[in-house]
Unconditional design. Sequence first.
Length: 360
Amino acid sequence: MVNEKVLIKGNYAIAQAAVNAGCQCYFGYPITPQTEIGEYLSGKMQELGRGYVCAESELAAINMVMGAVSTGVKAMTSSSSCAVALMQEALSYAASDELPVVLVNVMRTGPGLGYIYPAQGDYNQAVYGGGNGDYKIIVLAPSTVQECIDLTYRAFYLAQKYRNPVILLADGLLGQMMEPASFGEYPYPEVDVSSWALTGAKNRDARSIYSVAREEKKQIQHIYDLHKKFDVITQNETTFEEFNIEDADIILTVFGSMTRNIKAAMNVLRKKGLKVGVFRPITLSPFPHKRINELASRGKDFIVVEMNMGQMFKDVKFAVEGKVNVDLVNRPCGEWLSVEEIVSSVEKIVEGRKQYAASV
């Protein structure tokens, strides 16, 4: 049965979801903790008569993807953290060229080479990018193996719908863990790419795709147009998840696989009498600034929990516009923050806020 649940590792779930989404070409280079994606596709893509190349480097892989998607086919690469850093120039080109590149980043710790400990330190790299110029990328952050499947499907659809690169931002824990999940059918309509794809000029005028206009006014207009497109993406595609928000005084804000511990901590804190809710951005870019600002306008304080030194924390602070308190509970990498650690940290923050309020 199509919707039958199977026990599957996150990396394999992403790989099979890419196949189901119609990915015709995969180009990659092995690096832990995402190597199983390429391993799985090395057999599956050949079995289906699709394109698979183990490239000589990450630079080669991302540029091969750009070449493939310029012909209108679905293509992807996958990598991790320090290797994704090497792809930043190509991602800037892909955004300017309006190419539907799909990149899976299964994060490891950093900076530099880092190690394979799970971490969430690539938030800034994904959301703000390391390439040159004014460009934006769609970033989706799964929290479960099931969402690895669902958001892989969505990544391919959004990339082609908006002709914009999409990053699926997972992490080492999610890539390596196993959970029951179901695949289902690819749920999105196929996007007509015939108006722009480079498929040969037989019976039509020649086309070209390039990232820069030589005339200043045209380049200015091109950048304006890219940002207008992202405004549409923000309006139509921003997604998030909420739990116990309506009566909450405090909102724990989290992304990715840390969400499971946050939900458990919320339940413990509520049993202790604290009105706590959870808010999880699913699209990290576009970020749900508007919704967070609405909640801040209702007097709800925020505590951001993440496995880095406060990268999403800055976006939450920006979104609340100084209306409420925003605090951070974090660790840069390694063993995920436990439920007990989160509960203890939240209680200390709440007590500190009470003491400050009593002193002013």
